[in-house]
Write a protein that binds this ligand. Structure first.
Ligand SMILES: Cc1ncc(COP(=O)(O)O)c(C=O)c1O
Length: 408
């Protein structure tokens, strides 16, 4: 039955919202039956008023949790001014946001997009046009086994997982996959026909696997030696989640191009590709563009997000809470023999099991904990950067209770 909201608009009941979704949405996601209606900080609430501890953060998006007062204030303010102007004109926030991202990343220039996959497309195009302009005619792209870079054709073509790729073949040609952290394999596939090597410094969808220092350093050397782009996909692990601004900052060598998205817009859709001048300068007006990317409202919100991370020293919190979660997971590992391995750093953590993760995710939801599972066997934890000590304790307690049901 339709009810009136506080704004007087007709709102479908949760049951009706579910019915309409099943009838009218394309069949791309399997969803549980509950309907979340609002969130506050690290908690979500469903239509029955039940609360849930959010350790998924909208898949690494809600770094400041839900309804953060600073973001709410900026969104309200800018919504009354200008939400969209197009990229044919300057807006008040794009340049300032680009400057802040350049400072954080060590890159020189920025192009704003609407999503992660669109940022990846931009990075591939930038690498190709730069190689073309240098007259070297190189077009091959290297990516890693077990990678995930997005769902559009270019990004899908460098995504290794067969179940995502195969139904849509043929994909973009000229892509080859390197065995994860295998320096010999990288060396054997890297030659002067390669224009880019794309690496997630910590693979997210692939089950939280960190690239080794030796592999990164060799990729840096080979890219420099062959005048190719080293591209860091930091869409899931970047912008503070690893406890550093960027996960590649644990290595010495910088990438040439970086792609970001997820938390950047403070919950609004925003991505970006960042590049060193020597790569960024390959773009000139007309070569690349987007209608929505980098509008004033979303850029103002993104600036507020980045500023809040600095003002509230959230990187420190990410590291401390990450250590606390890891220590708790180690204790659980000693107790439950179906836990195989703990991986990740900061607040991008994975718990690999010897049993299927899906029933555990479902049980967690029943007990008021939102997590998810990737690659069938790895529970993935991506809580907001503002998570507090007592919420981590609550999470560990809940998780133990849930794992106990599995061992019975
Ligand atoms: C590492 C990585 N790259 C790219 C993407 C694609 O981003 P989006 O879903 O915003 O297109 C994702 C999404 O999960 C990701 O984790």
């Amino acid at each position: 039955m339709a009810t009136k909201t506080e704004f007087g608009r007709a709102k479908a009941s949760a049951a009706q919202a579910r019915r309409y979704a099943e009838r009218y949405l394309m069949n791309t996601y399997k969803r549980p039956s509950l309907v979340f209606t609002r969130g506050k900080a690290c908690r979500l609430y469903d239509d029955k008023g039940r609360d849930y501890l959010d350790f998924l953060g909208g898949i690494a998006v809600n770094a400041l949790g839900h309804a953060h007062p600073r973001l709410v204030r900026v969104i309200r303010r800018e919504a009354t001014r200008a939400t969209h102007l197009s990229n044919l004109f300057h807006n008040e926030f794009q340049g300032t946001l680009a400057k802040k991202l350049a400072r954080w990343s060590g890159m020189d220039r920025v192009f704003f997009t609407n999503s992660g996959t669109e940022a990846v497309e931009g990075a591939l195009k930038l690498a190709r046009i730069r190689a073309k302009q240098s007259g070297e005619g190189k077009t091959r792209i290297l990516a890693l086994e077990n990678s995930f870079h997005g769902r559009t054709f270019g990004a899908l073509s460098i995504t290794a997982t067969e179940k995502y790729r195969a139904p849509f073949a043929p994909l973009v040609p000229g892509v080859e996959f390197v065995r994860f952290n295998d320096v010999d394999d990288l060396e054997s596939k890297f030659d002067s026909t390669v224009c880019a090597v794309v690496i997630e410094p910590i693979q997210g969808e692939g089950g939280i696997h960190a690239v080794s220092e030796a592999f990164w350093n060799r990729a840096r050397e080979l890219a420099t030696g062959h005048n190719a782009a080293l591209v860091a996909d930091e869409i899931q692990c970047g912008l503070g989640r690893s406890g550093r601004y960027f996960a590649y900052q644990r290595f010495k060598g910088l990438p040439d191009i970086v792609v970001v998205a997820k938390p950047l817009g403070g919950g609004l859709p925003l991505g970006a590709l960042l590049a060193r001048e020597s790569f960024a300068s390959a773009f000139s007006p007309g070569l690349h563009g987007t209608t929505f990317g980098g509008g004033p409202l979303v850029c103002a919100t993104a600036l507020e997000f980045l500023q809040t991370v600095d003002d509230d020293k959230l990187l420190e919190n990410v590291r401390h809470r990450g250590d606390q979660i890891r220590a708790g997971l180690e204790q659980l590992k000693a107790r439950f023999d179906f836990i195989k391995e703990i991986r990740g750093e900061g607040l991008i953590l994975g718990l690999e099991l010897r049993v299927e993760g899906a029933p555990i995710v479902a049980e967690a939801l029943c007990r008021g904990l939102v997590i998810n599972c990737t690659h069938d066997f790895t529970l993935r934890f991506l809580p907001p950067f503002i998570i507090r000590e007592r919420e981590v304790n609550e999470f560990l307690e809940k998780l133990e209770g849930i794992l106990r049901t599995r061992s019975n």
